[in-house]
Design a protein around this ligand. Sequence first.
Ligand code: UD1
Ligand code: UDP
Length: 402
Amino acid sequence: MTSPKDELRTGTSDPHLSSSHSCERVLVIFGTRPEAIKLCPLIATLRNSGIDTTVCVTAQHRQMLDQVLAAFEVIPDYDLDLMRPGQTLTGLTARVLAGLEPVLLRVKPSLVIVQGDTTTTLCGSLAAFYARVPVAHVEAGLRTFDLNAPFPEEMNRVVAGRLATLHFAATEWAAENLLHEGIAPESIQVTGNTGIDAVLSISEGIEQGRLSGISLPIDEAKKLIVVTAHRRENFGDAFIRICRAISELAVRDDVQIVWPVHLNPNVQQIVRQTISAERNVLLLAPLDYIPFVDLMRRAYLLITDSGGVQEEGPSFGKPILVLRDKTERPEAVHAGTVKLVGTDTERIVAEARRLLDDQVEYERMGRLHNPYGDGQASGRIAERILSYLNARYSAEVLASVH
Ligand code: UD1
Ligand code: UDP
């Protein structure tokens, strides 16, 4: 068996990249599961291309972050170990900002790289700004144009975008959003999403037998529905409605539902209280990334409020019902492979039943088409970062001569 790191090294390294000047160093800052999944391919590519790359994790997530670090064999240079059970947004924000200041002072990077829209993304870019270090924002330009949905992620990515010097947009639509906000066109590059680099390389490794997939008792005779949910704006009543929908679907004998439950206590409590005794539902702890990719490959249908799963699902041609009213990733909705179904119990059940019972509708939605990337995003980002660092180095040399 090879490791995912080997898969990524062969999958995304670009022979055209030459190495950066040794005094220019990048600092990659992340803290949660999705940031890790989307940055590990980039870290491998940056290092492959000779860029001096330091990794700092805030550990906003602990177990779910460690699962990804282990899978991709990334050992952080700095681990702030900041997660607290039931942490608040303000408490976490204060700890991350305070924790990053000494790291920035010590590493003295030429560029900080952040990803996405979490508290770590916001604080990583703000701490870099305070230290007068330029920021590169990966997965820039996603917008719902509603600061309350998703909360607080929409504000986090708007602020990160305002603080960034380099903007790596996954799609043309995301790049357009940045242009409309007055971001200079030359600082924006459309690269595809690095999460697609990760999912494609892992699924190829599973298909070719180099990586081992899931070891769950999956009943091949049944239609597998994979569920994930964790959005803050869904906590409370919306989550109860989602759980009721899943319970109703579980009554059917032709389905098997697998739900790896997010470790946020607000999620754990509601899910385990509401659907503990359903016979066709398997509630699991969060799965390691490789088995989860295998689970998505085997699924008949995905039901989720996750950003990352919305992006990955289309790579497998699986229909996705999204438990949200608005999405910052409209491309797959327009392509017809993702449908926004909100959090109303009856609507979720009706849409899922339609896909379970109507083969024409299932085939219409389940097309293999991924607008979010082609698996080469990390190479494009590394190339741009390399030329940025080299230009910066040349400017510094020129300044020291004059
Ligand atoms: C965070 C991000 C969200 C992202 C999600 C990915 C913010 C504000 N939210 O939400 O954008 O979509 O991660 O999953 O940045 N916990 C554990 N172990 C873990 C992870 C979480 O026990 O490995 C529990 C802890 O009690 C923790 C709580 O979950 O306090 C909440 O974690 P937090 O990162 O604040 O919020 P998420 O809901 O995970
Ligand atoms: N994922 C995982 N194990 C699981 C559930 C999800 O590895 O049990 C992966 C999934 O493939 C995707 C990412 O986690 O890449 C999504 O993370 P999450 O839904 O927590 O955050 P979001 O993408 O919504 O920010």
